[in-house]
Write a protein that binds this ligand. Structure first.
Ligand SMILES: O=C(O)C1=C[C@@H](OP(=O)(O)O)[C@@H](O)[C@H](O)C1
Ligand SMILES: C=C(OP(=O)(O)O)C(=O)O
Length: 433
């Protein structure tokens, strides 16, 4: 689907979708449990991949009329799946489910779409081997399709921390259900660290204790998953909010504001978007008790941001940088190249098509706002939800309409993104409709 965004002003209130990271974890944790109710879940393509995995392991997932999920679990011992598990476009699913598969008494085969089959899995496969399982990439290149044979008993695994934090989250989830527990020793500095904090917070809500150690992380074995009261409620998603807040900061109508609801504090590192916008000069206010962030249109200036902890914010910050005055330097971003697409190159090239002046280095992306006049263009969403949504923000203030190819990929994390921005006042035209 092509989506055309015309320069627009925005105003009013919007609800953030529920967090993708928390929903994946809650669905899988309910699977590890005897069962649980997950309230306010995100329903999206990536989450459906995790639901399919829970079912493949012998659980069941039913969506209730109020949107909550009634999940029957596999109680710490996954069945050997009757078929290949298709993780589609979801890295979180593939990593968390690979480690769960290592608990099954037999083999599991995991695959995904072309993008997911190009993303790194090798360090997690090595870790499973260190824990006594067998784990291999069918092509021997560290990428899916993957074949995992369990069960593992637990032990110590060392792993690099700078490829994906999801490997560590996966080992903590599975480690709690092993006999011996799992210690994860980090071989390098940890990137995307707040996502492991999300894991520890979620595990704790399910009665599972995991902790930081001097060497990395550890979880005792023999623990049972059970959320208090049998249910868990998912908070709002700050990565998704970043597009709405950015839209308000660049295009709120004079005297008006954009209010984003669902912004209760949690372990999400991407709440850093509020500070980034503040640093760029946005008039932004976060009422943490009410869970509402209000932002007004402001003249933005460039800033320097380290995205080591917040890789998913890179596309949003790059779009903001193309609108701001001066240089915006996005540092520590090499791991952002291992996502649905290489997002560092993708943003450099697609914003470039709109007239942005950008310098791309391996670990740094600099957008030269002073040398940039954004004009409408046809841009490629790269089958990547975050590239699509960020380019839509840039399109709000470009000179003329911007056509984004592949708009349907927002289905991965924010299925009603275009409806939401339309309600805020954005002129959106889908496929000539
Ligand atoms: O654990 C998670 O929920 C996620 C971790 C991050 O990935 P990496 O740890 O691979 O950087 C992030 O980019 C992804 O969108 C979600
Ligand atoms: C990288 C992302 O997710 P995943 O790793 O689950 O594919 C994302 O949502 O930006």
């Amino acid at each position: 689907m092509n989506v055309e965004i015309s320069p627009s002003q925005v105003r009013g209130a919007a609800a953030a979708p529920p967090s993708k990271s928390y929903t994946h974890r809650a669905v899988l944790a309910a699977g590890y449990a005897d069962g649980a109710t997950v309230r306010d879940p995100l329903t999206s393509a990536d989450i459906r991949a995790t639901m399919r995995a829970v079912e493949a392991f012998g659980g069941s997932v039913a969506e209730e009329a109020d949107g909550s999920l009634e999940i029957e679990g596999f109680d710490g011992r996954p069945d050997v799946p009757a078929d290949v598990i298709d993780c589609a476009n979801s890295g979180t699913t593939m990593r968390l489910v690979t480690a769960a598969a290592a608990l099954a008494d037999g083999g599991t085969v995991l695959t995904g779409d072309e993008s997911l089959r190009s993303r790194p899995q090798g360090p997690l496969l090595d870790a499973i081997e260190q824990l006594g399982g067998s784990a291999r990439s069918t092509r021997g290149n560290g990428q899916a399709p993957l074949v995992i044979d369990g069960p593992i008993a637990g032990g110590t695994a060392s792993i690099p921390g700078d490829v994906s934090s999801q490997f560590i989250s996966a080992l903590l989830f599975a480690g709690a259900a092993t006999d011996e527990g799992v210690e994860v020793d980090l071989e390098t500095e940890l990137k995307s660290a707040p996502y492991v904090d999300i894991t520890i917070e979620l595990l704790s809500a399910f009665g599972v204790d995991a902790r930081r150690t001097d060497a990395g992380f550890a979880v005792d074995g023999g623990q049972s998953y059970a959320p208090e009261g049998g249910e868990y409620a998912v908070p709002g998603d700050f990565s998704s909010m970043s597009y709405l807040l950015a839209a308000g900061a660049v295009a709120a109508e004079d005297g008006g504001a954009v209010d984003v609801r669902g912004a209760q504090p949690s372990a999400q590192g991407d709440s850093a978007i509020v500070g980034v916008l503040e640093d760029m000069g946005a008039a932004i206010d976060w009422d943490r008790d009410a869970g509402v962030i209000s932002v007004e249109r402001s003249d933005l200036s460039g800033t320097t941001v380290d995205v080591g902890d917040t890789p998913d914010l890179l596309p949003t910050i790059a779009a903001l940088g193309a609108i701001a005055d001066g240089d915006t330097r996005i540092e520590n971003c090499e791991h952002v190249r291992y996502k649905e697409t290489d997002r560092v190159s993708a943003m450099a090239e697609e914003l470039g098509k709109m007239g942005a002046s950008v310098t791309e280095e391996r670990d740094v992306l600099t957008i030269h706002g002073d040398e940039t006049e954004l004009s409408g263009a046809t841009v490629e969403g790269r089958k990547d939800h975050r590239i699509v949504m960020s380019l839509a923000v840039a399109g709000l203030v470009a000179d003329g309409p911007t056509t984004i190819r592949g708009g349907e990929h927002v289905d991965v994390s924010f299925p009603n993104f275009f409806e939401t921005i339309e309600e805020l006042g954005v002129d959106v035209v889908r496929d000539g409709s």
